[in-house]
Design a protein around this ligand. Structure first.
Ligand code: PGA
Length: 256
């Protein structure tokens, strides 16, 4: 199975609208042909629409939201509904560890959001990963074995084919402490096995499992060369066009 690698830039709570437009323009200007790698940008909500109408659609670059709420509309002050994103946004990142840790997301809310995204033609990018303490006490497998099936609960095979998984060890996010390629591979392979158990072998074979956590131009190629690592979810390095472009280049298979 030839899984097209996906490199997604999670801008988090960074960039004003003018800054976002400038960064998107710099990324687009430096992009290679996109036949063999998919590139997604996840600006903050205020910048999503401006970036989408700035001409990136013609380049093959797609957009993702950093989160969403599961209701379609109503009295939910401050929230963004899947219906507001549907039709022009391709992905929705769900369950990022910052959402889990700082904003009270649970496996249950992650699953509700995954279902809501799918109901509105948004492809969920489901983030999972262990904390430092869980890692050091040898509980990575236990944590992933809980988070993956909980996040994907209730999905059928067709829905599963829309999902992207992101393995993001919490201790590697924003710390400069990247997982070793071996650890990334082991965990991504485990996630694929868990997807197989939850949604069957066809979904497991085609689902892309990204690695995220201090991905840089220096370590991207080695991480993405692992058999079960199908791309990268990039935070800090996605805010610098040259760095993000170098990571995109590292994802493309070498020319024959
Ligand atoms: P980082 O963030 O690349 O800054 O470590 C990754 C992420 O949180 O998606």
């Amino acid at each position: 199975m030839n899984r097209i690698p996906l490199v997604a830039g999670n801008w988090k709570m960074n960039k004003t609208v003018p800054e976002s437009l400038a960064l998107a323009a710099d990324i687009v200007a430096g992009l290679p042909r996109l036949d063999d790698v998919e590139v997604a940008l996840l600006p903050p909500f205020t910048s999503l629409w401006p970036v989408s109408t700035s001409g990136i659609g013609d380049t093959g670059v797609v957009l993702g939201a950093q989160d969403l709420y599961w209701e379609v509309s109503g009295a939910y002050t401050g929230e963004i509904s899947p219906a507001m994103l549907s039709g022009w946004c391709r992905y929705a990142l769900i369950g990022h560890s910052e959402r889990r840790r700082l904003f009270g997301e649970t496996d249950d809310t992650v699953n509700r959001k995954v279902q809501a995204a799918l109901a509105h033609d948004l492809r969920p990018m489901v983030a999972v990963g262990e904390t430092l303490e869980e890692n050091e006490s040898g509980r990575t497998e236990e944590v992933l074995s809980r988070q993956v099936p909980a996040g994907l609960a209730g999905l059928d095979e067709a829905q599963g084919l829309q999902v992207v998984m992101a393995y993001e060890p919490v201790w590697a996010i924003g710390t400069g402490r990247t997982a070793t390629p071996e650890h990334a591979e082991q965990s991504c392979a485990l996630i694929r096995r868990l997807v197989a158990q939850a949604l069957g072998p066809a979904v497991a074979e085609s689902v892309r499992v990204l690695y995220g956590g201090s991905v840089t131009p220096a370590n991207a190629a080695e991480l993405m060369a692992q058999a079960n690592v199908d791309g990268a979810l990039v935070g800090g390095a996605s805010l610098v066009a040259a760095d993000f472009l170098a990571i995109v280049a590292a994802a493309a298979p070498p020319l024959a």
